[in-house]
Design a protein around this ligand. Structure first.
Ligand SMILES: Cc1cc2nc3c(=O)[nH]c(=O)nc-3n(C[C@H](O)[C@H](O)[C@H](O)COP(=O)(O)OP(=O)(O)OC[C@H]3O[C@@H](n4cnc5c(N)ncnc54)[C@H](O)[C@@H]3O)c2cc1C
Length: 322
């Protein structure tokens, strides 16, 4: 590991002041950053520990929503009675991720900013445009079973690995960033790879996430479903967060997000549109599930993903509309 200097910040202003350089990283739970530093993939010159900042609360918002501090631990968020009652799919998504020990340590901000689990990104002998811009992408012709089928590019087919972010995308959560007047919708926070996959979010170097806001809970039922190779402690092959409100047998509102399929949590707007106002029946749910992966472009080893995603979304729609 490359030597680095370390400061434990005592205020948000101090943390931001210390971090105004590309060579600085904030340390939250450390469950992703420290692994990346040990592997020589992240090599900051300076690490600013932010765990002493007062950003770990869960507060009511005047509009009936909730504000969750960037340093709130995943276990705490998933266990919060208000989250469980008003946003059950968020609690389910968090509990589907990692292990109890990791969730006790990992924070909301760190979860949003965790980096891909693409094996070629972690292998310093492999070509990876995300790790070394312009180096090429060995995943394109390599073992790409876990990789993206939506929104990918010829520069990068890595996926964003977070479970929590899939639920946040479906819930229309927004991300608050220190020093910015307007919050960023979670769905606009992560970028598609294009030809600059190393730029993963709209966050500039040194910017600090302070919290996320959840809008007031919407009527209807929701569920988070995840398919993975092991029953626990594994990243998603495909996951989905679905919320549907049915009134008088018709869909009054629908929100569908997918994980494990793209460089960012993937919101399936076209499928939501297809459902809106329609009478619920098997054919409608089948067509909406198929539409949720419209435009999918599988690679050599992940041709199963569009079909798996279709089936998973359909199951989630059946559960939330029955
Ligand atoms: C074995 C293993 C299995 C896992 N399985 C899953 C899984 O199934 N599903 C899943 O979703 N996740 C999984 N994870 C990932 C885990 O959820 C993340 O490692 C964790 O959420 C990161 O949070 P952290 O607080 O530890 O972040 P850190 O490691 O501290 O930080 C991660 C990044 O975020 C930046 N950062 C942190 N907070 C802020 C902030 N407030 N503002 C700006 N930048 C910030 C850091 O500088 C760093 O770049 C797994 C991890 C491991 C090690």
């Amino acid at each position: 590991m490359r030597p680095f200097s370390y400061t434990s910040a005592t205020s948000t202003a101090e943390a931001i002041g210390l971090a105004a350089s590309e060579q600085v990283r904030f340390l939250a739970g450390g469950t992703n950053l420290v692994d990346l530093m040990r592997a020589g993939i992240e090599e900051p010159e300076h690490v600013v520990d932010i765990t002493r900042l007062p950003l770990d609360g869960v507060e009511e918002l005047p509009d009936g929503g909730l504000r969750i501090g960037a340093l709130a631990r995943n276990t705490r968020v998933a266990g919060d009675a208000r989250v469980r009652r008003r946003y059950p799919m968020l609690a389910q998504a968090i509990m589907n991720g990692a292990s109890p020990q990791l969730r006790n340590r990992a924070t909301v901000g760190g979860n949003i900013l965790q980096r891909t689990r693409c094996g070629y990104f972690y292998d310093r002998a492999a070509a990876c445009n995300k790790r070394v811009p312009g180096a090429g992408c060995d995943a394109l012709e390599g073992f790409n079973r876990m990789h993206a089928v939506l929104g990918a590019s010829d520069s990068c087919i890595a996926v964003h690995p977070s479970d929590m972010c899939v639920a946040l995308a479906a819930l229309d959560a927004t991300v608050n960033i220190a020093g910015r007047d307007a919050a960023v919708p979670l769905t606009d926070f992560h970028r598609l790879p294009g030809d600059s996959p190393h730029v993963e979010t709209v966050l500039a170097p040194g910017e600090l996430i302070t919290s996320i806001d959840l809008p007031a809970a919407r009527p209807g039922r929701s569920v988070y479903l995840k398919v993975r190779d092991r029953a626990t402690y594994a990243f998603a092959l495909v996951s989905t967060a679905v919320q549907v409100h049915v009134e008088n047998g018709r869909v009054a509102g629908a929100r569908i997000a997918l994980g494990g399929v793209a460089h960012k949590p993937w919101r399936a707007h076209e499928a939501e549109e297809l459902l809106r106002g329609e009478a619920v029946d098997d054919d409608l749910l089948r067509r909406a599930a198929e539409r949720s992966v419209a435009g999918a472009r599988p690679r050599a080893h992940n041709a199963f993903k569009p079909e798996l995603a279709t089936r998973l979304v359909r199951r989630a729609l059946e559960e939330t509309t029955s």
